[in-house]
Every structure is written in C-alpha cells, then in structure tokens.
Ligand binder design. Sequence first.
Ligand code: XIL
Length: 367
Amino acid sequence: MIPALTLMAFLTMTSAFSAPKNKPAPTSKKSPTITLKRLAKERGLLVGAAVAVPELFEDPVYEKFIRNEFSIFTPENAFKFDALRPSRDAFSFETPDKMVHFARLNRMLMRGHTLVWHNPAALPNWFLKGKFSAKEKREILKDHIQKTLTHFKKAAKGAIICWDVANEVFHHDGSYRTDSIWAPVAAPTANAFLTQVFNWAHETDPKLKLFYNDYDIELPGPKATAVYNTLKALKKAGVPVHGIGFQMHQGPDRITDLKAIRANMRRFAALGLQIHITEFDFKLKDSEPKESALEKQALAYADAINLCKSIKACKAFVSWGITDKYTYVSRDNSGMGRANMLDFELLPKPAYYALRSALSKKADRRD
Ligand code: XIL
C-alpha cells in the first residue's frame, strides 16, 4: 500500500507511467503507445467508461481519448427506456446505432445499459403519466426487451456483449422495490420479477451475457445480502443470469476495508457469475484541497482496479464518465464533483495515471 502523500512521488518514479503535470500522456514512435486498454488486455481485463452523447460526436478530444484508451464502453443514457422510446409504439435507434458503429469501427465492445430501471430520469412522460394497468406494463416491458434486443442482435453484430437487464431493483435496506413503476410486471417478489425479465432477454438473444446491476452492494450488508440471496436462488432455478454489476459510485471517503469487498465479490463469483465494476467514480468535496483530494481519488481508482485484477471472475472495469467537464455528479450531488479521470480541460488527473500504474502490474493473486 502506498501512503497517500507519496503517491505522486511514486507515480513520477515509475517513469513509464509518469507524465508532466497537466500534459497528455507521452507517446513514442518506436514503441506502441501505452494505453489503458493495452495494459488491461495483458491482465485479461476490459477497461472503459460510460460515454455521453452528443459529446462523443461533437468533441474530438473526448472521442479520441475514448477510441485510444478504452476496450469497452457503456452508453451513459442513450440505451435507456426514455431514449429508445418516443412513444408506446415507436422505437428510436438512430443515435444508438451511431454509437454501435463507432464501437465497431474502433474494435470496441459495449455494455448495454439498461432494460429495466424504475428511475423517472430514464422514463418518458408518455409512460410516467400513462396510468397503465399491470397487464399493460407487462406487455410494454416484454415488447421493449424483445424489440430492443432483436434490433441490436442484428445491428451490433456481437459488439454489445452484455446487458444490464435489471438495474437497482432493491432499496438500500435490502427490501425489494415494490414501489417501482415496473414491479407489477411480475409481482410480488424480486425473484418473480427478475425471473421474468431475464427469461425474456435470454429468449430473445441467447448469446448475450445478462447482468444484474446495483449500487452500494460492494461492501457486505443487508443490500448486498439481499442481492446475493436472490441471485443464488435464480441460479439454482436455472434462470439465465450471468453477471453481477457492482456500480461502485464512491467518495468522498475512501473505503479502507478492501478485504471485505473482495470477500463479498468472491461469494458472487462462487455462484458462477461474471463480475463487472460498472459505474466507478470517486466524488470529491468542492471544499477539499486540490492536491490531497486528487491523490486520495487516485488511490481509490487503483483500489478498484486492483480488486478486479485480484478476482478471476472480474472481467471489466468501467468508470461512470470520463471527464469532470461532462459529468452527472455535479448536477446530482451539490458540493461534490470532480469524480472522473480527466479534468475539466480533458487532461489526465492522478486517477488516470494510477489506473495505468495498477494495470501495469501483475495481480498478487487472482482467484
Ligand atoms: C445517470 C446518468 O449519468 C445521468 O446523466 C442521468 O441523468 C441519470 O442517470 N446509476 C445508473 C446510471 O445505473 O444509469 C445512472 O446514470 C447513475 C446511477
């Protein structure tokens, strides 16, 4: 473990991964450029981030960083229900197809995100205000899952390797979100609901790896246990669930009990589930002094990638956002922000170099 204060010194000493402050990573004509994706590949991992549109198509610096550095990405909002569904009968795939095209052109993979989410931020008014019966909601959701996955089966030609089928189905205390707008689709339990939606997804595209995705489940606790027990029961019943997404939104305090996270992740892996870290970010308080906050953040990014490296079933690390310029964090969390690996000018922060440094070393253990 590197003490926080010496991190910058350490990164500077490991010359292959150092860069002058506020300058982009050095490149050499002789050797291939060291990128996150190249280092991650050597560790058997995919590395990437949530990608925003229209920024991807409008900001060439942002686009180039994504293309150069990442092997996988998640559309931040473009594949959500509201984005795909202008009305009950219509689907809109124009922007998603452009993202898929970008991925294929650059030999990148994608995580589909997300088919079922209760959050009004991702639901259109026609649905929120529609007063649909349970039977109608069931038809709407079945249709949504089937038509969406049928479309991408053809359009993505394998570039989308997995989908977060269900997102955030449990409350913080581990109880099932029966107040979710989608819950009546298959009541009354999380088990019944997830069985239904995962089966619809699997029937439509049997090649996809299907994930359950949630926040605050990395440390053991009532929520992690509720998700664990449910997925265990689903697996036992033969429901096609293949992976667990640990969102891992973090900050401003660094989690120190990494052993507990590792043990928790490994019990999910023991169920036969693939693990992805799906939405990593590390928020800083606006009031925190810049240098020490950035060093703490860098250590937290390294912690997360080291966790993934140390668990065989962990195959991908995805951060939620790339640059502090385009981020949802400052909008949703007042007094906090700067959670990403590039700063407001899209220049690498210590977090970026910490990822590189961590990825450059073999894991102590991988089991
Ligand atoms: C967020 C996006 O980043 C925002 O732009 C949007 O307004 C709301 O959704 N958990 C998830 C993500 O699974 O889909 C959320 O993304 C962040 C929390």
